[in-house]
Design a protein around this ligand. Sequence first.
Ligand SMILES: O=C(CO)COP(=O)(O)O
Length: 250
Amino acid sequence: MRRKIAAGNWKMNGTGLDLAMLADLCDRHPAPRCDILICPPAPLIHRAAQTVRNNTVAIGAQDCHAEPSGAHTGDVSAAMLADAGASAVILGHSERRQDHGETDASVRAKAQAVIANGLTAIVCVGETLAQRDAGDTLDLITSQLNGSLPDTIAGHSNVIAYEPIWAIGTGRVPAAAQIGEVHAFIRSTLGQRFGPETAAAIRLLYGGSVKAANAAEIFSVPDVDGALVGGASLSVADFSPIVSALEASA
Ligand SMILES: O=C(CO)COP(=O)(O)O
């Protein structure tokens, strides 16, 4: 049975003042029936991990470099993130693919580094509106999975997030059947490459305009093992009901 995950991606939002939210979130979910993960900006990871220590919320990062160390000004390695208290790293988010020219190959190298450091890799895939309208969604997802997933994704508690780009920050959410189609397709594609056991173990998150109001419907879709939440992860008032909806579905 896959343990579900309510994950929050704070993106480039938040300062130390916002860490109070984490303590509040821990208090509201003292014994959650799902994993809860918050991925703040890198400068907050250490303090965030201290804030939730011995508690029920895990802390993750939003990116890392593929190399362990070296002359890479401004970059952070997976080992540094682990040292700071992160237990997971989001990789290949569409905003990084767009803003920083990340390719499937670079995402794969980063995922390899993350897994080698004992962290959970959360690899993001998803189509643009033009790709969906052209009927290219499943082909695009296939090539992103083939290119972005390292062989080492098997045998670990890793995660894939399906985030249609046209649903991110737009308030537009795919129909449940559309989410279900892509999640089932990802699961079967994983099965072909890694075998049924790995395909059944990897958790698949949906991301894109998840809110308290639509969470229960999204979580009822087969093969959806949780959510990667952007805007609604920034406040307890918005995020806690999403966690509760996931717990209710678990
Ligand atoms: O990109 C996302 C999470 O990684 C989704 O963002 P929103 O929930 O703000 O649409």
